[in-house]
Design a protein around this ligand. Structure first.
Ligand code: SF4
Ligand code: SF4
Length: 295
């Protein structure tokens, strides 16, 4: 796995291609409707349970974590976006697929008869569960995958493979756990972390400002603070995440965002992760925050 390190992955491991841990919790979460209108979670549930449905004869899942910047992307007039969006770089889905493809190439060279499939949010895979099973990190009370020594600012990638790779064990509790800490649950402005490890996505600002089809309402605008895309608060308070204070003024002002047309947005952000939320959604978010600040 020297290749994975040299490509910038900060943690990796191998999970067995069996039912991921926390599958039953996923089913319960869906039954309770806490995924909101992210209906894709409901589809292909069978595949989330059994990776061999995604790759015939799958024997192992290589799980990899790749870090993203801790600098908060900001506008010159004081608004910000979630760090994962990395608005100066190409969409991480594209970048990581390429990097993981190189790791898959190594697996193929070592096991010439094997087949592999790279997944970067592109298939129904229980990525955090598998990463925890593989010892890449542990799942925190904020439901993020936390890599000890690195934190939770990581993208997750999976390589399903028919190669007979030995599994790596989950981390022992002594290597990393939340312990008595409850900061993320306490800080959540939306009450979305209803209890440790239990997220109601319908209340979560990340969901409401990115995935949810309808515009955010006035109450949501009020608790968004200055963040116009996503929300990092339950990560910012986490003691496993150090150095999250610096900002990078790399976004246009809120006025410039609101005045942008499709062509201008696509020219500047069409290749970035911001394009997934889309210009209309970002404008609606800005308007909601501004409206909540108006007396
Ligand atoms: S992202 Fe924000 S709203 Fe969502 S759980 Fe974390 S703190 Fe709460
Ligand atoms: S803030 Fe505390 S409780 Fe929440 S994920 Fe981090 S260590 Fe765990």
């Amino acid at each position: 796995m020297e290749t994975a390190c040299s490509l910038g992955f900060v943690s990796f491991g191998v999970a067995p291609a069996s039912v991921p841990p926390f599958y039953d919790e996923l089913v319960r979460w869906l039954t309770e409707g806490k995924h909101g209108d992210m209906k894709w979670f409901e589809r292909n549930l069978r595949l989330r349970r059994d990776p061999s449905g995604l790759l015939k004869d799958c024997r192992a899942v290589v799980c990899l974590a790749y870090p993203y910047s801790r600098e908060k992307p900001c506008t010159p007039d004081g608004f910000s976006a979630s760090r994962y969006s990395e608005p100066l770089l190409d969409d991480y889905h594209v970048r990581l697929r390429k990097l993981a493809g190189e790791v898959a190439g190594v697996i193929r060279r070592l096991h010439p008869d094997s087949r592999s499939r790279v997944c970067v949010d592109s298939a129904p895979v229980m990525e955090r569960s598998l990463a925890a099973a593989a010892g890449v990190g542990f799942i925190g009370k904020n439901t993020s995958l936390i890599v000890p020594g690195v934190g939770s600012c990581v993208y997750l990638v999976e390589i399903l493979t028919t190669a007979p790779l030995a599994s790596t064990p989950p981390l022992p509790e002594s290597a990393g756990s939340c312990g008595e800490c409850n900061r993320c649950v306490d800080v959540c402005p939306a009450g979305a972390l209803e209890a440790p490890y239990r997220l109601d996505a319908r209340k979560c600002l990340s969901y409401l400002t990115i995935e949810h089809r309808a515009p955010v309402n006035a109450e949501t605008g009020r608790i968004m603070g200055s963040c116009i895309l996503g929300c990092d608060r339950c990560q910012e308070v986490c003691p496993f995440n150090a150095n999250m204070n610096s900002v990078n003024i790399c976004l246009p002002s809120s006025i410039d965002f609101l005045n942008m047309d499709d062509a201008a947005f696509n020219a500047r952000f069409g290749r970035t992760a911001l394009a997934r939320a889309g210009m209309r959604k970002i404008k609606e978010n800005i308007e909601a925050v501004k409206a909540s600040a108006t007396p």
